[in-house]
Design a protein around this ligand. Structure first.
Ligand SMILES: O=P(O)(O)OC[C@H]1O[C@H](OP(=O)(O)OP(=O)(O)O)[C@H](O)[C@@H]1O
Ligand SMILES: Oc1ncnc2cn[nH]c12
Ligand SMILES: [Mg+2]
Length: 185
């Protein structure tokens, strides 16, 4: 296991099995329709790549990037769009794909924003859900795993831009991020 990691939380095999299940469920729900899958950069990219290849319906892909809200712990955290969709979603069936829902601020903003663009339908799929950390309620339609309040990396999730390439979902050693804060102070 990677030296910066405390332990494996979800193995590559468990992820793959759950992604196949989610793909089958989504394919059933959208049978006969075309789906626009919107991946939220950067963290959702790896999950999205595996998920869409488990769909047996017509699919188009698009991406958005939003700012991480400021360090303020207020629930009114501001989220800005850094990269917007390339196409008009009016009248389309849209599925937002995320790697994790933590405070819910990112998804809450995205859902509100995309609803103003008139999609025929808008649903949310996340690989991971940390309900204990929620600051705003956001409805998730497809949920991979509910996880405890631990900082996880791997399978797209990062710390300081690192570890996204790891094949499992792992818990990062505290000294990795506590050490960085000390250096920064
Ligand atoms: O529910 P929230 O508290 O809003 O947190 C979840 C968001 O935070 C992470 O993204 P981040 O903004 O770190 O950017 P990244 O996807 O590029 O890692 C993660 O990928 C989610 O998008
Ligand atoms: O546990 C986690 N790991 C990586 N990024 C995020 C964002 N919110 N929660 C996270
Ligand atoms: Mg993200």
């Amino acid at each position: 296991m990677h030296e910066d990691m405390e332990k494996v939380l979800i193995t590559e095999e468990e992820i793959a099995r759950r992604v196949r299940e989610l793909g089958a469920e989504i394919s059933r729900d959208y049978a006969g329709k075309e789906l626009l899958v919107v991946g939220i950069l950067k963290g959702a990219v790896i999950f999205m790549a595996d998920l869409v290849r488990c769909l047996n319906i017509p699919v188009r892909l698009d991406f958005m990037a939003v700012s991480s809200y400021g360090t303020s712990s207020e629930s009114s955290g501001v989220v800005r769009i850094l990269k917007d969709l390339e196409q008009n979603i009016e009248g389309l069936d849209v599925l937002i794909v995320e790697d994790i829902v933590d405070t819910g601020l990112t998804l809450n903003y995205l859902r509100e924003n995309l609803l103003t663009r008139g999609p025929a339908s808008l649903k949310i799929c996340t690989l991971l859900d940390k309900p204990s950390r929620r600051k705003v309620n956001v409805q998730v339609d497809y949920n991979g795993f509910v996880i405890p309040d631990e900082f996880v990396v791997g399978y797209g999730l990062d710390y300081d831009g690192r570890y996204r390439h790891l094949r499992d979902i792992l818990i990062l050693k505290r000294e990795v991020y506590s050490g960085k804060e000390q250096r920064e102070n």
